[in-house]
Structure formats: structure tokens, C-alpha cells
Design a binder for this molecule. Sequence first.
Ligand code: BGC
Length: 855
Amino acid sequence: MGIGTFTPRISWTYDARVDIAQDANVLIRVRRRLPGHDEHTEQVIASASDNVLRDWPFRPLGKREQAYVSVALANDCDEPIWSDEAYVEPGLIHSGDILSQMVGPAWREPWSDRRQAPLIRTELQLRDTPQCARLYVSAFGLVDAEINGNPVGEDILNPGWTLYNERLQYRTYDVTDLLHAGNNAMGFWLGDGWYRGRLGFWGGKPNVYGSKLGVWAQLEVTFADGSTQMVASNAYDGAWKAAKGPIISSGLCEGETYDARLLPEGWSCASFDDSGWERVTEIDFDPLTLTSPEHDPIRRIGSHDIVSMNTLDDGSVIIDFGQNCTQRLEFNVSTLPAGTTITVQHAEVLDNDGDLFTRPLRRGIQRDTYISDGKNKTWEPRFTIHGFRYAKVQGWLGTLRPEDIVCHVYGSVMRRIGWFDCSSEIVNAMHSNVVWSMLSNFVSVPTDCPQRDERMGWTGDIALFAPTASFLYDTEAFLSNWLVDVASETDKYNAVPYYVPFIPLAEWRKPENIAIWGDAAVLVPWALYMASGDVHMLKRQYALSRMYIEQVSELLSEDGVWDRPPKLEFGQLGDWLDPTAPPEDAAKAMTAKELVATAFYAQSVTIAKHMAEILGNDGDKSDFEALEHRVRTGFQRRFIKADGRMTSDTQCAYALAIQFKLISDDEGLSVAGNRLAALVRAGDYTVGTGFAGTPYILPALTATGHLDEAYRLFLSTKCPSWLYQVSMGATTTWERWDSQRPDGSFNPGGMTSFNHYSLGSVATWMHETIGGISPLAPGWKEFLVSPMLGGAIDHAHVRHNSPYGVIDCAWQVQDDSLKVTLTVPHGARALVKVCGHEEWAESGVYARTYGMVTE
Ligand code: BGC
């Protein structure tokens, strides 16, 4: 609802058990209706094989037209069996649709912090019962709407985080049932959020986008006779008013303070007396920045039960919810007498005394305060969000009972499309941790962590994790939306900023291109393209990739090596957080930074060359080919010695050289693979890589014939390793290999999170090597099925809802044979390589048993 196009593309999939002939057709049907008009149906016949991102086959939708689309296989004899209907409705697409003003309170406020959040209200008379009503709403700050005392929609933290001065998203709500003929009222809660709240580390920065909160709202009502009525937020008709509300202060990281005694009862109902409220003022706002959302809002996506409650000596209660992630608590406060103040603080881990360990939160203290009015029934903070597993409640009068608390999980809504499990419980726990760290950090923008005073769109983290993320969830809308801002910032600063949206902070004040973080400009669009096969999206993002390649080409030395250090205090971040990096110098790694930078750039140039080829841009393609040759040759000459050893004799160096195909001959490749395996053995099967090398080490071992070392490294529980974290009780992936140390103490580094997704990129190896499926062509049109057995794992199951439909592969060892069941969707085909057999499988469902060759 409220999409930004009149001609949405359509995709559908088939049940793989149904045999569909190459020349089969489908019927595509649309039931369409303009509000206040009769519905009519249109139908077209189309090729059954054109089922992925097919162009809209009908007349373009009209303004606010409501359409239900469904598909059925065309069949001469029987009645068609229609698919479920998909609903689409265009939003405010023409600039002339935007008639409201941005309005907010006129009172004077402190420049930062502790600013009491306003409530805005208006009343309206409807001449009849609406047949259809839509509320379009956005804000400077965060907004929640109410109509006649009822909440509108279930989204939180609207309108999310974008470069507000360039793109301000609105959301569309069906409010037909909330309105009636006669007198109605609308109310809007406003909060600081990303717009003017304090953002970032080292004290952060307030008012990044402006210092005045405002709401932008447009209510469009259609009556049964087709006539319409519109209510637009404005400062001129005197009907929009503001007053200070019960939220005394709120910050995304700091938490919220709510004094229930200050909530004017019935403020969003028509009978309310607002004579004491002030008229709103208009806030400078460019209507052309208002944009249809590209991705789904942030909503409740789950809940957690209480695992334990423990009362400390001072009477405060520590509650364990069993899972670290992004969530908020809702309390039954009906028993609290007026004036009671409770505080709730949230943290990821407990200290030795069983109290919250809050040092890693830094400024982001995640503390909510509630002051009771003795009447309110439930309370949940509104304009803040927390990353935690444990909460501490202080000041509760009487006994706090488990049934007084509900723990709601939040995240940007995305469709789950990837699953994995196998016979090892600890491996399954690791996979679950990867999923939780992803969910915790996909909150409007892809963030580094959900708890401390950071929560920024660090580009390097998602550059490395995007392929994993795109297997697990349909991330195309979420990440494409963010990439629009990455492109805009990259253009503005002539470099890919370290995080997007960019805020000048401390040593990160001036964006400069650095490897990995900058490579996000290429790696994220490419991951989306490989997952979706969407050329349209690739075309849109290509300008960003190209900008980065060109910007960095200016920084190279004559021989193609990227060795000129940026002015950034850390220099290149290199293999950030490799296990030898001291707690306070995360960029101090074993592997030379210029090696890491050149390797990643070489890979990006190769990918950009493929992009140019796919998009038919021959000029770029040949430029990138020449550049690729220069960078690769430079890399080989500088970093690979005559005997095949590398100048940095590290796990990271070999992993990158192998996986980015920077070694041209088979002999060199085998030397590198052997050396990598030797280093892993010498390290007693512990990980020696940081952010840069971690996604590549297991694939590099596997690709060079060292599957045994790969499995032993993966299954190790010694620190540093993936399963070490799990063995220490982690429920998410940590930022550092040793965020918690084997002796139970916490890493003293000022940067110690227990919920970063980057190291979880290992899940891609789990899907591909243990589970056995990996894409060979964009959108999984062709894919490889080749489980490689190791460890003591004797069965595994992996599933991916690809653009063509469900891919499912399950295998099981039975005596001396391997039983494999496989689903290949219509339109795709699989290259099956199992136990020495190799064949292509077209769509269908297969069950095969292979004799296992044991060495
Ligand atoms: C973040 C990282 C990020 C890094 C870059 C950290 O504070 O949490 O994940 O990529 O800084 O320097």
C-alpha cells in the first residue's frame, strides 16, 4: 500500500511437483477499483516461464487505484486454480499529490537532550461514513498516529532513517474503519529519533537533520458516491494544535522517560477540550523530498518468554529473556500507585555478581523510566529501542510477576527465505545466532550493533555479510533503499563514507575511501543481484559501483597497488579485529593493510567488469578489464613471493588471494592452499582472521582440497573460533572473537559488542558446503548441489526460497550410502555433484541414494 509506481513488476512461483511444459501459459488477473467506483477485472495470457519480475501486463494503475493480482496456470479443460491475491496500491507519486505542510510546536526548547516530546492534534468533520480512507504520514522526527483514540497501524520508529533532507519516506495506512460520519479527531505522537536525537559515539551529535520536530499528514477520504474529502496538516486553519506530552525525554540509545500523569486523557478523541493547546507552526520542508517507501517498516516480529527472574540485594529484579536481540518490554502497570517511578535498564550480558554489565553500552545506557498515574494499564516505551537479553527493573512496588511483562522483538519486516539445520546442535545454535544478529541489525538501515551508542550503517560490515543476509531473508528492498543513500553520500563526499547515513564524528569526520567499507559500493549491489537476478536493480545501483571504482583508481600506485594510506587516524582498517589486535587498536592486524586493500579492490574491479558486461556497457567493460589486469599484476608482484609464499604469511592473506582468484597458476594455488592449511594446523585450529579474512577462510580451504582442516577449524570450540562463542553461551554473533574471554571476563576494549553480524558470514559456508547448495547464476537460475561431508555431521537440510521457487536439499548418511532429496524449482536447474556423480537436474523433486567412496 502506497508503493512508488503505477506499474509494479509481478513474480510468482510454482510447486515443483507440478510438471509445467516449456510452452505452458498462465493467466494473470487483476481486480481493480478506483475508490468510490465499481470494481472490474482484467486478464491476460502470458508465458508460464516469464514468472520472475515480469513487467506489469495491464494498463498502468491510476492514482490511488486498488488492485488485487493473481495468477493461474492456463488450462483448456478445467477451471483455473488461482493463486492467492497480492494487493497493490500506488501512493503519492506526483508532486501535485503532496498538499500538506510540515507542522510542529512553536515553543522554545533547549538545544539538545531532555526535550519534552509534543503531541499534535486536529479535529475533522466527515459528511458521511467513508467508503475508503487513507492516512499518509511522515515526520521530522518519529511519529505514531492515532484516530479517535485508536492507534493507526503497527509500525514503530516511522519514518525510519534516510537522508531526510533528500528523501523523507511516508507511510500509508488504511484508516477506513477508524473514521465515522460526523466529528473525528487525529492525534500524533512525535519523538526525536534519528532526526534530532543524539546520534553516534564520543558524545554523539544532536540535531543532525534539524532541531524542530514536525508531522506531515494527509488524510484522503472517499465516500460511496465517489466524492472525496481531504484533511492536510497545516498551520493556517487553526485546527492543528500542539501540547507537551508525557514523554519527558527520549533517545534511541539513551531510552525514554514517560510520566503517565502528563497524558491528557482522550487527547486524540473528538470530544477533547484543546483550548489550552497552542496552534502549530509551519516548519520549512521541501515537498519534493517526500518519497514512497521502498521497504517495509519496523514492526513487532516476535516475542520472548522470561527464562528467569532474580531479585538482587537492593530489591531490583534481573530478568533473563534467553535471547539477545533488538526488543522492548511492555509492562502491566495497572497495580502501580500514582507517582511510583520504575526504571528499566537493558544489557546484553551480566557481570560476576549477576548484575547488568553496562560498560560496553557507553553513552547508550538503554534506560527507560515510567512514572505512574495510577490509572494506566500497560506501558511500553515508544521512541526508543534496545539491544539486550537481560533487563533490570528497579522501583517496582509489590511483587513483579512474569505475567506483568511481555518482551516484544522488533525489526524491519522482511520475508524469511533461507533455513539450515544439521545433526550438530552446536552448529545449529551458531546458525541461529547468525540469524538473530542479522534481525537485530536490520532496523531501517543495516547497522553494526543494536545496543551501544553507535548503531550506524557501517558500510564494511554489510559489505561482508550481504551474501549471507540475502540467503536468509529477502533483503533486496531493504538494502536497495539504503544503497540509494550510499550513492548519494558517495557522490557528495567523493568517497564511500564509513557509515551511511553519514554524520561527521570524531576521527571519522571526513569521509575517505578505504577498502572493504568502500567496497560495499560494489559488494552489496552484487550480492543483491546474485540473490535476485534483478537487472533493473543492478542498473539502478551501477552508478554507485562505478563511482567507487573510479575514485579508488585515482589512489593507486603506478603498479596498481593500493598502498597510499588514507589520512584517517587508523589508516586503512585492513583485517579489522583480527585476533591479535589489542583491545584498543582494532586495526592492528597481522596482515599488511595494503595487501588487504588491493585484494578487495581487485575483486571489486572484477565484479564491476561483470556488471558492465551484463548492462551492455562496453566502454566501461574494457576500461575495467584493463584496470583489473593492472591491479592483479600489481598484487601478484608485490605480495606473492617467488616460492608462492605471501609477504604476509597469514590466514587472511592466503584466503583472500585464493578466493579472489589472485593466483593465476594451479601450482601457485596449491602452494597457497597448502600453506593456508599449514597455518590453520599450526594455530591448532583457531581462527586467525578479522573482518576481512573471515568470510573467505573456510571457502579457501575447501576450494584447495583442505576440507578436513576447514571442518576442524569450523567445529573448534577453542578461542578464537565461531563455536567458542556458542560454547560460552552466546545467542548472537559477537563483534570480537573474544568479546568474552575464556576466563569469563569481558574484553576491556571500549568497543565490545555481543551482537555484530560480520563474523556470521560463515553461515554462507554452512549453506554451501554442509548444506550443499550455492548459486551458479544470478537469481539461482542455475545452482550447484554438492554437499561436502565432514566432522561427525551425518545429516543436513538446507532450504532457500529462490526467485524461481523453493530449492530444498536434505542429505543423510545411511551405512555406506548417502541419501539425498532435492527440489529444483521450475525455471531453474541444478548441477548435482555428489559422491563422484555429476549431472544436471531440471525442475522436479528427486530422491537418490549414492554409494559413498571411503578413502
Ligand atoms: C563498528 C564496526 C565498524 C567499525 C569500523 C566499529 O565501531 O562497530 O562494526 O565497522 O567501527 O571502524
